[in-house]
Ligand binder design. Structure first.
Ligand SMILES: [Cu+2]
Length: 133
């Protein structure tokens, strides 16, 4: 009886030690991953075949928040909320007027790059346009 208890305690210690080791490995992995730039290919809507793109603003969010377009594409946002919104580049490279329900605003992307934008009154509303050559 005593022997079997000792054995099972040893077993538990072994399991805990293994779990700790795996957790450390896992943690190391996460640190490594966070050093790598965010993978934008995960949920990107490919609109590179379009010359003009219309996106909606609904329920305090931009529809299709991450899109890929060709250089020269005109993007129009239509606001379906009763709240006014705008579209502003995080780096200040473009900014639209504040638009109310049923109104729209456009921006043409002539430079390649990754353009993150947000709504000035509601900074939690965010989107990204990836412009390809
Ligand atoms: Cu807004």
């Amino acid at each position: 009886m005593k022997k079997s208890i000792t054995l099972s305690i040893a077993g538990v210690i072994a399991v805990v030690a293994t779990a700790f080791f795996l957790a450390q490995q896992d943690d190391g992995h996460r640190h490594h991953a966070s050093a790598v730039p965010v993978d934008l290919t995960a949920n990107v809507l490919d609109l590179t075949a379009e010359r003009e793109v219309t996106l909606k603003i609904e329920d305090m969010a931009y529809s299709s928040p991450v899109i890929r377009v060709k250089r020269g594409t005109k993007i129009t946002w239509v606001n379906n909320d009763s709240t006014k919104h705008d579209i502003r580049a995080d780096d200040g490279s473009f900014r639209t007027a504040s638009i109310g329900r049923g109104e729209s605003a456009s921006a043409t992307f002539r430079k390649e790059g990754v353009f993150r934008y947000h709504c000035h009154p509601h900074p939690f509303m965010q989107g990204t346009v990836i412009v390809e050559g």
